[in-house]
Design a protein around this ligand. Structure first.
Ligand SMILES: [Cu+2]
Length: 240
């Protein structure tokens, strides 16, 4: 009986590997691509932004921070929602023209959610000039934990493989956390302060789209994209 269970486990693992391979992204030329745009709104009455007391370095950090965990704009739009189209084929993933920048300013990570193509080197800056540290928790990529004192204004961290979300924390300031989103294809976005996003050059077709926010969780939506047209969606997060 025990052996059977072990064998089943091996088979499941092998099938999972096959499934992963089957959905590997294929780069093709996209000529008459369409656009997917829209808003992710909070479902219900949004809570007031939480406040976090500052327990260290108040001369740089201030006395209190607004928690970046859940930021809802005036019209109910949720900021920092990751939107990823589950596309099997599409335009090539080009490396960014400049390294994505991740700064530490007034003891906040900026931006709170940083999305970039896999293979990018992130420039981690320390505009504060006090001791911070960059502590990433990865499953697929190597995790890293590096102090960033005043004399180290820039640390470069390469993220080779697609993986998201990668949590980033500063162990010196407990409230400082953020997320890195490393993608294998170019069809992703992060919502702005008003909850809007836009993803262009998608081949026409029906898609599943994953939306994720750290407090509100993950949801899968559907969208039909037509050639040379803009499909506008309005999605919500907040309730199951
Ligand atoms: Cu810090």
């Amino acid at each position: 009986m025990k052996r059977k269970i072990v064998l089943c486990g091996v088979m499941a693992a092998a099938m999972a590997t096959l499934a992963t391979r089957a959905v590997a992204y294929e780069a093709i030329a996209v000529t008459d691509g369409g656009t997917l745009s829209g808003t992710v709104k909070f479902d219900g009455t949004p809570p007031a932004p939480a406040k976090v007391p500052v327990t260290k370095d108040p001369e740089v950090c201030g006395k209190e921070k607004t928690s970046p965990d859940l930021l809802v704009g005036a019209g109910g739009g949720v900021a920092n929602v990751v939107v990823v189209v589950k596309a099997a084929k599409g335009k090539k993933l080009d490396p960014p023209s400049a390294n994505p920048v991740f700064d530490q300013k007034t003891c906040e990570f900026r931006p709170h959610v940083l999305a970039f193509p896999a293979g990018s080197t992130v420039d981690v800056l320390n505009s504060d000039g006090i001791l911070h540290n960059i502590h990433t928790t990865s499953q697929t990529n190597p995790s890293t934990n590096q102090a960033q004192p005043k004399f180290k204004p820039k640390i470069q961290i390469k993220i080779d493989k697609p993986e998201w979300p990668i949590k980033v924390q500063c162990d010196a300031h407990g409230w400082m956390h953020a997320y890195w989103i490393s993608q294998e294809h170019p069809y992703y976005a992060v919502t702005g302060a008003d909850g809007t996003f836009k993803i262009s050059d998608l081949p026409a077709g029906d898609y599943e789209v994953e939306i994720w926010q750290e407090k509100l969780g993950k949801k899968t939506e559907k969208a039909s994209v037509k050639a040379k047209e803009e499909t506008k969606v309005s999605w919500t997060l907040g309730k199951a």
